[in-house]
Write a protein that binds this ligand. Structure first.
Ligand code: ADP
Length: 501
């Protein structure tokens, strides 16, 4: 039976979303977003640059003092909840659009991305009415309390690996806290953010509260990050660009939160349930074509079980169905772009030069029909890696596992922490003491024990070290989008006894 082939239709067309309206870019320019499974143009999209960023920031500033600022917390929450319901109603269609724009298998967009988007808007809808100040027990006849206020206009720059989900992680807490937003989706995947804009309009958010302006990083992204009219910039993407964002923000002392790269250790101890551990290793590195900042890309395997584990890992990796992402049985689709594909291929060369072994994969799979032009890559395992090699230190952002062996806990912890990154870590063992010791010792913002890639809107996510700062999701995300004001009131009614008498 042949696999269904994607049907190419005329490119979809999209405009920018500014001040509640869909508009062309000031320059009239557009850019093309390809379907990564075929390389054919999937959408043609208005291309924002500095002039559009200026317009969007002005709209967001105006909205910050308008109807939105006077709206009750309850009504803000209701709008967010309504948005979550509108997304849920259109989830199947949005999942298909996500798969066509990004290349991720439809089973992922359907069962992971879209439910996550709905969950985040729903979760933060509930927070709108629960953002509270405190009363502080100060001495004397004084009353001191805090107000927790929105930060203001938030610039948000998101990546292409979970396009709509990243939009939800950014928008939901910002809006729950009463901010306004200028969101720049990645140029590779602008479509679902602009579909979301339609639902934001339909839900009834006041004009200018959310502005969505796709464009390139060096133009629209850089103009947004350095804009003096924004109060906060939130970014998810590479550590390299994160540093540029932090520098640009420093110029205006704009508040910053960054969720950056990773090179996570995923650790297999000999006492683990090896079947589960093999599945965990696969989930860690092959999920979403390995395009995950918290991917378990350094696989540490205890020397004693190396042979058995690697044999099983390879066998399963080679069985992964790579192909048409619209086919429900496909487990891996194409990488997002030719540029990413080429980067991954170049690391196969690096692995060889460094003396690692290409233990599985390492090439583009042979596919038929329109898929021949897609950006597909085989699930790949490098063995005989040591932790100092480039393939163990640099983020490849593809389905490439670098396997390193270890023979005791101390040696493991030292190596696990020998990286500039610190986003996440995984451990597979039946020994709970060892698991919790590792969780304490590893320098990472998230640790998974006998599981991997678990997320929930209520649970904080973010990095140690050069994986960034700030925590998204959970109540911690509200810290990023609120600021505290301390208010003092004299209750004594007496004259001020200092210079006053
Ligand atoms: P990747 O390398 O995975 O493509 P990037 O960090 O380059 O990730 O991109 C993440 C997001 O950052 C995208 O929306 C991209 O357009 C944006 N971006 C890229 N370069 C810059 C820049 N110099 N300033 C601001 N945003 C940028």
């Amino acid at each position: 039976m042949s696999t269904p082939q994607p049907i190419q239709t005329a490119p979809r067309r999209y405009q920018l979303f500014i001040d509640g309206q869909f508009v062309d870019a000031e320059s009239g320019e557009t850019f093309k977003s390809p379907n990564p499974a075929t390389g054919e143009t999937f959408a043609e999209v208005a291309e924002a640059d500095k002039a559009d960023v200026d317009k969007a920031v002005a709209a967001a500033r105006k909205a910050m003092t308008g109807k939105w600022s006077k709206m009750s917390a309850r009504d803000r929450g209701r709008l967010l909840y309504k948005l979550s319901q509108l997304i849920e109603q259109r989830a199947a269609e949005l999942a298909e659009l996500e798969t066509s724009d990004n290349g991720k298998p439809i089973r992922e967009s359907t069962y992971i991305d879209l439910p996550g988007v709905v969950e985040n808007f729903e979760y933060f809808a509930g927070w709108a009415t629960k953002i509270e100040g405190e009363t502080i027990p100060v001495p004397g006849q004084m009353f001191n309390y805090t107000l927790r206020e929105p930060v203001g206009v938030c610039g948000q720059i998101i990546p292409w690996n979970f396009p709509l989900l990243m939009a939800a992680w950014k928008l939901a807490p910002a809006l729950a806290a009463g901010n306004t937003v200028v969101l720049k989706p990645a140029e590779q995947t602008p479509v679902t953010s602009l579909e979301l804009a339609k639902l934001i309009q339909e839900a009834g958010f006041p004009e200018g509260v959310v502005n969505i302006i796709p464009g390139y990083g060096e133009t629209a992204g850089a103009a947004l990050a350095s804009h003096p009219g924004i109060d906060k910039i939130a970014f998810t993407g590479s550590t390299e660009v994160g540093k540029l964002i932090a520098k640009a923000a420093a110029e205006n002392l704009t508040k910053v939160s960054l969720e950056l790269g990773g090179k996570a250790p995923n650790v297999i101890f000999a006492d683990a349930d090896l079947d589960q551990a093999v599945n965990g290793a696969m989930m860690g590195i092959f999920f979403n074509q390995g395009q995950v900042c918290c991917a378990g890309s350094r696989l540490f395997v205890e020397e004693k079980v190396k042979e058995e584990f690697l044999g099983r890992f390879k066998e399963k990796a080679e069985k992964i169905k790579v192909g048409d992402p619209m086919d429900k049985s496909t487990l891996m689709g194409p990488q997002v772009s030719e540029e990413q594909l080429n980067k991954i291929k170049s690391y196969v060369g690096v692995a060889r030069e460094e003396g690692a072994t290409i233990f599985a994969g390492g090439e583009q799979p042979k596919l038929e029909g329109a898929l021949q032009n897609g950006y597909f890559f085989q699930p790949t395992i490098f063995s005989e890696v040591n932790n100092r090699m480039r393939v163990a230190q640099e983020e490849i952002f593809g389905p490439v596992s670098s396997v390193i062996t270890f023979d005791n806990d101390d040696d493991l912890i030292r190596q696990a922490n020998e990286t500039m990154y610190g986003l996440s870590a995984g451990i597979w063992t039946r020994d709970i003491t060892r698991a919790h010791r590792f969780a304490r010792a590893v320098k990472a913002g998230v640790v998974w024990i006998n599981t991997y890639n678990m997320f929930n809107a209520a649970s904080p996510f973010g990095g140690y070290k050069q994986s960034g700062y700030g925590r998204e999701m959970g109540k911690h995300a509200l810290e990023l989008y609120t600021q505290v004001k301390s208010v003092w009131v004299d209750l004594s009614g007496k004259p001020i006894g200092w210079f006053g008498q």
